[in-house]
Every structure is written in C-alpha cells, then in structure tokens.
Design a protein around this ligand. Structure first.
Ligand code: ADP
Ligand code: TRP
Length: 321
C-alpha cells in the first residue's frame, strides 16, 4: 500500500506536530510504502522565499531524519528536486474548473489571516493534486483541514481519466480520528500561529522556561488536584505509559505537591524521551552534507516513479508528438 504525504517547511517543530503527525508517519514506515516530501514550492505560496526558504528546507529535512524518517524504508525527497510535478501541475490545471478552486476553504482562510491573495495561493490545490497523482498513492493521511484538497485531487483525476483512460490512481484520504489535539501552553490547540508551542529541539533551560509558562489551575499545595483537565498532565501523558502514568495521577490526587513540581517532571520526561533524537540531530547538524546526499538519493527514487508516469501522461495528452 503506497501512502504519501507532504510537509511544509515552516519552522521549529513542536510536540503537537510530533504526536499529531510525525510519529504516525514514522510508524507507517513499518508496513507501508511511504512517500514523504518537503513541500518547498507550496511554502512559497505563503510568502516564504530566498535564504530563509533554503534554510527551512534543510532544517525540516534534518529534523525529520532525526525523528525517525528512514530513507531506506521510505522515499524522502524535496518537492522541487522532481520537476515533473510542475509539468503535471499545468496539465492538471486544464482539468480544473474555476468553481472547484473558488470553493476551497484554505484560500479563504489564508487570505483572511493576511497572506496576500496570489495566484499560487489560489492554485495551491492543483499543485497538491500533482504532488499526489504523479506518484499513484492509494492513501493520503491528512488532518481535517486537508480533506478538501484530497477531494479536489480526486475530482481532477476523475476528469482526466474520463478524457484519457485510467491513468491516474484515485487517492483516498485517511483522517487520523484517534489523534488527539495536543494542548499548547495556554490550553488552546498547540500551534505556531498561537505562539503557545513546546518545541521538540532546543536548549534544556529554554524548554523548562516554556513549560513553566503552562497555564494551570490555582490550587493550594496541600490540596488534591484534578489531572484530567490539567494542561501539564495532558502533555505529560503523551510521554508516559502504564505504571509511570498511574504514579503521576496519584501525585495529583494525593495533594502535597504544586503544579510547579509536575512541570519540572514534564520537563524531565520530555527531555529523556527525545534524547536519542537529539543525539541524531546533533550528528546531522554537523553532517549537513549527509542530509543533502540522502535527499539527492530520495529524489532519484522519487524520479524513478515520476518519470515513467509523466511519459504516460505526455503520450496521452499529446504533449509528446
Ligand atoms: P502549526 O499549527 O503549528 O502551524 P501545522 O499546521 O504545520 O502546525 O501542522 C503540521 C502537522 O502537525 C499537521 O499534520 C497537524 O495535523 C499536526 N498538528 C499540528 N498541531 C497539532 C496539535 N496541537 N495536536 C495534534 N496535531 C497537530
Ligand atoms: N498542503 C499540505 C499542508 O499544508 C502539505 C502538502 C502539500 C501535502 N502537498 C501534499 C500533503 C500532498 C499531502 C499530500 O499540510
């Protein structure tokens, strides 16, 4: 089963990204043919460019490799290293009714947030359809906000196939229903745009400082405390299992400790949890050429799928003459 996903290179990764998405991708490598790419062309549509984009692309690649994307098990590449995607983008745009894009939520949401209304932002779903259809995946794991984009890819593929025969695989989206929303330091959904993140990589002291900012109830030290609704507990439980989780729950209910103690504990378990990943990241940070080599090899693997597919499409559409 081929599973494909794209990741925008958009900055420091936080534990919401990890538990909401990266960990599932890493786990999926065990039993599926995973295709994962860094969507750098997409990032341009929100105004990223120049040196910043180049750096973010390398940072995201480094972080994903450190967190367990395995270039032996997966095909892992940077979107712009396989140019066929832009050719397919144009061809698919000729199968895209304006109305389909005019109904897209993400364009409206992004422009409402102040991102300039460029053509690239408007046609983003067509490029995303090309990302998907070029590689014939069966499954696209997505967050709820991306469902509509996969539906648009399905519509475009169906229109294309009606004209030229069954060339494109119609993808299915898969929503991770069981993935809970990780709360941020203020209790809202953790998100870069809310500035309430606890980042995966960073200095220990800085991380603890962030954790200390987590909003908690005001209850006297000796009183029992509610754990189920506590933001500190809800973050800590992502890192704990069985006995250790039970023990923390008991510390809440028995009283005698303040939220400050639980915060220190959260800092410790989180620091331990990412230890191995941090070491891998330190290695890749001082061996960026190795990251570049991995991406190059990944682009070759991706091209080996994209090129014959594109040849088929060129033949069918008469671009090859
Ligand atoms: P951000 O909101 O910080 O900009 P993104 O939108 O780039 O994060 O999200 C990247 C991935 O991480 C998506 O698959 C999204 O579903 C997941 N994700 C982001 N924040 C959370 C969260 N708080 N809880 C669970 N998953 C999350
Ligand atoms: N649009 C996705 C996001 O913002 C990223 C993405 C680009 C993607 N191309 C894709 C996801 C193809 C899945 C499949 O998160």
């Amino acid at each position: 089963m081929r599973v494909l996903t794209g990741i925008q290179p958009s900055g420091d990764l936080h534990i919401g990204n990890y538990f909401g998405s990266i960990k599932q991708m890493v786990d999926a490598q065990k039993d599926s043919d995973t295709f994962a790419f860094i969507a750098n062309y997409h990032a341009m549509s929100s105004g990223n460019g120049g040196e910043k984009l180049a750096n973010l692309t390398m940072q995201t690649a480094t972080d994903f490799l450190s967190l367990g994307i395995d270039s032996e098990k997966s095909t892992f590449w940077v979107q712009s290293d396989v140019k066929e995607v832009l050719e397919l983008y144009w061809i698919l745009s000729t199968f895209t009714p304006m109305g389909l894009l005019e109904r897209a939520h993400s364009y409206k949401d992004k422009t409402a947030k102040g991102i300039p209304a460029s053509h690239s932002l408007f046609s983003y779903p067509v490029l995303m359809a090309a990302d998907i259809l070029l590689y014939s995946p069966e499954i696209i794991p997505v967050g709820k906000d991306q469902i509509q984009h996969v539906e648009i890819a399905r519509d475009i593929a169906t229109k294309f196939n009606n004209e030229y025969g069954d060339i494109l695989t119609i993808p299915e989206f898969q929503v991770q229903e069981d993935v809970q929303t990780v709360p941020g330091t203020d209790g809202q959904k953790m998100s870069k745009s809310y500035k309430n993140t606890v980042n995966i990589f960073g200095e220990e002291k800085k991380q603890l400082k962030t954790i200390k900012k987590i909003v908690t109830e005001n209850v006297a030290m000796e009183e029992p405390k509610e754990f189920a609704t506590c933001n500190v507990y809800n973050m800590a439980k992502l890192f704990l299992e069985g006995e250790n989780l039970k023990a923390l729950e008991q510390r809440y209910t028995q009283g005698g400790e303040g939220h400050g103690h639980f915060k220190v504990y959260l800092g410790e378990v989180m620091w331990d949890y990412f230890k191995e990943y941090r070491e891998k990241r330190d290695y890749y940070m001082s061996n960026q050429n190795e990251v570049r080599e991995i991406l190059k090899a990944g682009a070759l693997k991706a091209s080996a799928v994209a090129q014959p597919m594109m040849e088929k499409i060129r033949m069918a559409t008469g671009i090859k003459y």
